[in-house]
Design a protein around this ligand. Structure first.
Ligand code: 13P
Length: 341
């Protein structure tokens, strides 16, 4: 392992004013997104849509540090035959790859999940590296509900995240470690903080046990937010303050950066929360975005599967990427949010 090189890539992923585009929806998930805009999920449509994003020059070169790809996409070529990976590199961004194989039911733990994909991971990582991937992503899913999460679910998911991270570093690939505590329940923000802290503490314990170099990874956590079905919804200032406190309690300063998932927050909430945290400042790590839905909902709608709408889709993507870039510096304002529309 060349740790200096891993650290350099990790720092580039969280470079000032930049964040990650999570465009790694599995075939099932992208079908759901396309269904919402009445677009058939064919291989060509998926290619055309992602090509539109990766050819958004301003967004890709000024605001996006790297793109998380799905296996299908990393092997796909643009319409003119250029590998999609090349488009990303040519814009100055770093290609990355989702390597987990989704979730499975966790035996003995009703309603809980464990992430699969460790088998043959070393071989897959070598192929992805040869194709240009310099970082990877693995998402563990922890749900909050009556009597869950169990310690079993937290432990097995943390163990798998650390196994994945160690394999990535051995393959000279920066692991994004993503333990996502879902915001689907009716719990309040304090319960989210309590569970997320347990999950982060266990994850870092496993990372240490498995000798993962913290300087060569990126953490992708959820923010501290109220469950979607909770009657009390925490405001922007509370989310920012509690998220920062939670992270300071659990994340070692040697981690080069933290890039949040959006997890079902509205586009503007995801931006406002990130901005408010960066305005608090004085943090040991850069805080930026690694958003899927909060970067893509607007361009998906603007595009709606029509070639004529590509410029509108690219404008919508560039706007969201720009707003999140400002938020990653604590410089976002509602004026700028509205001005460009
Ligand atoms: P969302 O921002 O839509 O949560 O997606 C980010 C991601 O990569 C989840 O694994």
């Amino acid at each position: 392992m060349n740790l200096a090189e891993l650290n350099k890539i990790a720092r580039a992923m969280v470079a000032p004013g930049k964040g990650l585009l999570a465009a790694d929806e599995s075939s099932g998930t992208i079908k759901k997104r396309f269904d919402a805009i009445s677009v058939e999920s064919t291989e060509d449509n998926r290619r055309d849509y992602r090509e539109m994003l990766f050819r958004s020059r301003e967004a890709m070169s000024s605001y996006i540090s790297g793109v998380i790809l799905y296996d299908e996409t990393i092997w796909q070529n643009a319409k003119d035959g250029t590998p999609l990976v090349r488009l990303i590199e040519e814009a100055g961004a770093i290609p990355g790859i989702k390597v987990d194989e989704g979730t499975q039911a966790l035996p003995n733990c009703p309603g809980e999940l464990v992430t699969a994909g460790l088998d043959k991971l070393a071989e897959r990582l070598a192929k992805y590296y040869a194709r240009g991937a310099r970082f990877a992503k693995w998402r563990a899913v922890i749900d909050i509900g009556a009597g869950i999460p169990s310690m079993t679910a937290i432990s097995v998911n943390a163990h798998a995240l650390a196994r994945y991270a160690a394999l990535c570093q051995a393959a000279q690939i920066v692991p994004i470690v993503e333990p996502e505590v879902l915001m689907d329940g009716d719990h309040d923000i304090d319960r989210c903080v309590e569970v997320t802290q347990r999950v982060l503490n266990k994850t870092f314990q496993e990372l240490r046990i498995q000798r993962v170099a913290l300087e060569g990874m990126i953490l992708k956590p959820n923010m501290a937010v109220s469950g979607k079905k909770s009657k009390t919804q925490a405001g922007v200032a509370e989310v920012a303050e509690k998220t920062v406190r939670m992270l300071k309690n659990c994340v070692p300063a040697s981690v080069p950066g933290i890039a949040f998932l959006s997890g079902g927050q509205s586009d503007e909430d995801a931006t406002a929360h990130l901005d408010a945290m960066n305005r608090i400042g004085g943090l040991p790590w850069p805080l930026t975005f690694s958003y899927g839905r909060a970067l893509q909902a607007a361009p998906q709608k603007a595009w709606s599967g029509k070639a004529n709408n590509v410029p509108a889709g690219q404008r919508a993507f560039t706007h969201r990427a720009h707003m999140n870039s400002l938020a990653s510096k604590g410089e976002w304002t509602t004026d700028q949010e509205q001005k460009a529309l």
